[in-house]
Design a protein around this ligand. Structure first.
Ligand SMILES: [Mn+2]
Length: 406
């Protein structure tokens, strides 16, 4: 049995809130379809964050359904999809029963049966191939008991214990059922401790303090296909607990490492091999760094044929009034799209309250700005973690009350 593990497509993503990524997704997904045939994949696992936000553009929905339709024309007959923190559970689940007819299993969120969660809904049994514990992104309300103390440490451990308990109960449930000599796979969209964060991910985990350690996953699982972190990696050096990482770079920082999908091969229920394949990219990412004169000359010499997203990092404060026009003039005939200009100016007492350029402001999260404010406001940083936690709790409360209203 061979499975392909991918996650974090973020269909509908806009780079720096500007540039559409549809062409890049198309190239990556067309390639993925050829891999399903070439590698004789039996099951495709997509571990969450299919879409970039809960209300994706129609072009993203089209891309998703066209891909699923095309999968049915390959040798890969089974698909399992879980919801991520970016996905709208309702949007993913809406065509659930229709897709089920095509052997495409969607678990958008935890299913509730009155006050109890129905874990049996997360078990996908694919005859002769695998049993899959398809755990979606677990939201605060899915794992934490109400009415208990909200103290920082208690809240944190409640979330962690809730997640661990969820996986343990699923493992028990699977063990009770009869299964033959086939692998037992688990999926998840979470932050497992012992992993490395990329810059664009930092803010999403502080809020959900559900970091669980590799050792707490039930031993029953022969492979654990994770999503959430965009950098491909093993968790705590364990070969069978993996993040495939995102399909395309979702920030300039993410472009520093290659994008992958993972192929896990089994003999009976034994995992024999995990290999990664690099995802071809339709666009390059280029950073031009230096003084204005240096950057000007670097851009002039940039002649790569492949279209690229560009960013400029200036090490001096330039004359802003000319900058934009001159840049646009320069890239007119090149395959470059300059999406961002930022400044890296050494911090001194006087410029401590640095003005953040508006373009950059759009891509910062409220937490980033809060962190920035903390840094400029206080010399000692020993309280920063606690302050960030409290700030994030407020944000979480706001967003959950918004969800209850909508
Ligand atoms: Mn993601």
């Amino acid at each position: 049995m061979k499975l392909l593990h991918t996650s974090d497509w973020h269909l509908g993503h806009r780079l720096l809130n500007q540039a559409e990524r549809d062409l890049e997704h198309q190239v990556a997904l067309d390639w993925l379809l050829t891999v399903l045939d070439q590698e004789h994949i039996d099951i495709l696992l997509i571990a969450g964050d299919i879409f970039d936000n809960s209300n994706p553009p129609h072009s993203a929905l089209k891309r998703y359904y066209e891909f699923l339709t095309a999968v049915k024309k390959t040798q890969c007959n089974h698909v399992v999809i879980i919801g991520g923190n970016h996905d709208s559970p309702a949007l993913l689940n809406a065509p659930k029963h229709l897709l089920e007819q095509l052997d495409i299993h969607v678990i958008g969120c935890v299913q509730w049966n009155g006050a109890k969660s129905d874990l049996s809904q997360e078990i996908v049994f694919i005859e002769d191939l695998a049993t899959i514990a398809a755990v979606p992104f677990l939201r605060d309300r899915d794992v934490r008991q109400k009415g208990l103390s909200e103290e920082m440490l208690e809240r944190q451990s409640q979330i962690q214990n809730g997640i661990i308990e969820h996986y343990a109960q699923l493992a028990d449930l699977i063990e009770k059922n009869e299964y033959k000599n086939i692998p037992i796979i688990s999926m998840g969209h979470l932050f497992a401790a012992g992993s490395t964060l990329s810059d664009s991910e930092k803010s999403i985990h502080v809020g959900n303090l559900g970091q669980i350690s590799a050792a707490t996953f039930p031993k029953l699982f022969n492979y654990i296909a994770l999503g959430h972190l965009h950098r491909p990696q093993k968790v705590a050096s364990q070969n069978h607990i993996r993040y495939s990482g995102s399909l395309i770079p979702l920030s300039f920082n993410e472009a520093a490492y290659s994008k992958q999908v993972l192929i896990a091969e089994f003999n009976g229920c034994e995992l024999v091999k995990v290999k990664s394949l690099e995802v071809p990219q339709a666009r390059k990412f280029v950073t031009f760094r230096g003084t204005w004169a240096e950057v000007y000359s670097q851009i002039n010499h940039y002649k790569d044929e492949q279209p690229a997203w560009g960013e400029v990092v200036l090490l001096e404060t330039p004359n802003l009034s000319h900058l934009h026009a001159e840049l646009q003039q320069q890239v007119k005939t090149s395959p470059l799209d300059i999406l961002r200009v930022s400044f890296e100016i050494p911090q001194t007492e006087e410029n401590a309250l640095v003005i953040i350029p508006s373009q950059q402001l759009e891509e910062l999260t409220p937490l980033d700005i809060f962190r920035h404010r903390c840094q400029t406001a206080q010399k000692s940083t020993d309280k920063t973690t606690e302050l960030e936690f409290l700030f994030q709790s407020v944000l979480d409360d706001i967003s959950s009350s918004e969800k209850m209203l909508s």
